[in-house]
Design a protein around this ligand. Structure first.
Ligand code: CUA
Length: 351
């Protein structure tokens, strides 16, 4: 009997683990993301997120006090005035029409609502009405199913899914202003430690700003259901000291180095449908439907945070993106082994 039970348990365990094992390959993302501090809303490192936190705590504290008073009186009344043997069944004294009591319970809530309204208006004003100072960085964010395009109009550079911005010293702030638009459906841009959510809507330009006070990488995601891969529309904001940011900008402005060993891979790239959707500066490829690949290898992730950007992962992705991201709009390229290897070797030179 014991042996039989043991076998059942083993069978159940194997059946239970099989799908988990199949799903377990996170393409290196778990290990990478675990090195980034959790993206909690309570640990704000940028003024808009901090302002929203402050007003949220203020409202929660006031409403918590109201809740404790109301719930306390309710519990007290239930216990103190419950039916007891020998009650005479008469109603308690009625206070209808008492001017002082009615005045008190009208005035106090009105004052509380007034205070909450004024504090909220002040926060909305601080977060939304901030003027663009002369030295501010502007980035054009375009949401796509299911990735993020970042265009820096001042520098003429374009990247995807990983937004680089300079650190902002609170003493002399250098905020980054984002203008957000969607190329297809409604999305929402959210990096919890930097700012609140901003809807990203087709044919409408929304804007927001961030001024991160602490260097580092911050995780974000799309916060509006936008189709199959809504959950895999991740983004990273990389906040760097100004000198590092400037170095990143000058490297991005450069055309990609031409590696003589990758000539055949480049020919494969230029002779397939890749060029209709992707741009690589210095080649014929100037598509706008998919991410700009000019400096692909300077990005840590591919597929909007679905996999770490390694050569092996690129090969799987180019061969058939739906293995990593079912529903991805990029088609499987169905190349022969040699062409696929050479194409990936070429992509790996795009630094
Ligand atoms: Cu884009 Cu959800």
């Amino acid at each position: 009997m014991y042996a039989l039970m043991q076998r059942w348990c083993l069978t159940i365990a194997v059946i239970g683990c099989a799908p988990v094992a199949a799903l377990a390959d996170d393409w290196g993302m778990g290990a990478s993301n675990s090195k980034i501090p959790p993206s909690g809303v309570f640990d704000a490192v940028s003024t808009p997120a901090h302002e929203i936190n402050t007003v949220a705590f203020f409202v929660i504290s006031i409403t918590a006090v109201i809740f404790l008073i109301v719930a306390g009186l309710l519990v007290y009344s239930i216990v103190r005035f419950r039916v007891r043997p020998g009650d005479d069944g008469r109603e308690p004294p009625q206070v209808y029409g008492s001017n002082p009591i009615e005045f008190a319970w009208t005035t106090v809530p009105v004052l509380i609502v007034l205070v909450l309204t004024l504090v909220t208006i002040r926060t909305i004003y601080t977060v939304q009405a901030r003027a663009r100072p002369p030295g501010a960085l502007s980035v054009h964010v375009i949401a796509h199913q299911w990735w993020w395009e970042f265009r820096y109009p001042g520098f003429g550079i374009v990247t995807a899914n990983e937004l680089h911005v300079p650190l902002s010293d609170p003493k002399s702030p250098t905020p980054t202003f984002l203008d957000l638009e969607s190329a297809d459906v409604a999305h929402s841009f959210w990096v919890p430690r930097l700012a609140g959510k901003t809807d990203v809507i087709p044919n409408k330009k929304n804007s927001m700003w961030i001024d991160p006070h602490v260097a580092g990488t911050y995780l974000g995601n799309c916060a509006e259901f936008c189709g199959t891969e809504h959950g895999m529309m991740l983004l990273r904001v990389i906040v760097e000291p100004r000198a590092d940011f400037d170095r990143w900008v000058s490297a991005q402005k450069e055309p990609p180095a031409m590696d003589a060993s990758a000539v055949h891979g480049r020919q494969v790239f230029e002779s397939t449908a890749c060029v209709n959707c992707h741009t690589i500066r210095g080649t014929q490829a100037d598509g706008r439907f998919g991410p700009d690949l000019t400096h692909l290898m300077t990005r840590e992730t591919i597929g909007a945070g679905v996999a770490m950007n390694t050569r092996d992962h690129l090969k799987i992705w180019v061969n058939d993106p739906s293995i990593m991201k079912p529903g991805a709009l990029m088609p499987a390229m169905n190349l022969g082994d040699k062409d696929l290897d050479d194409l990936v070797a070429y992509l790996a030179t795009l630094r």
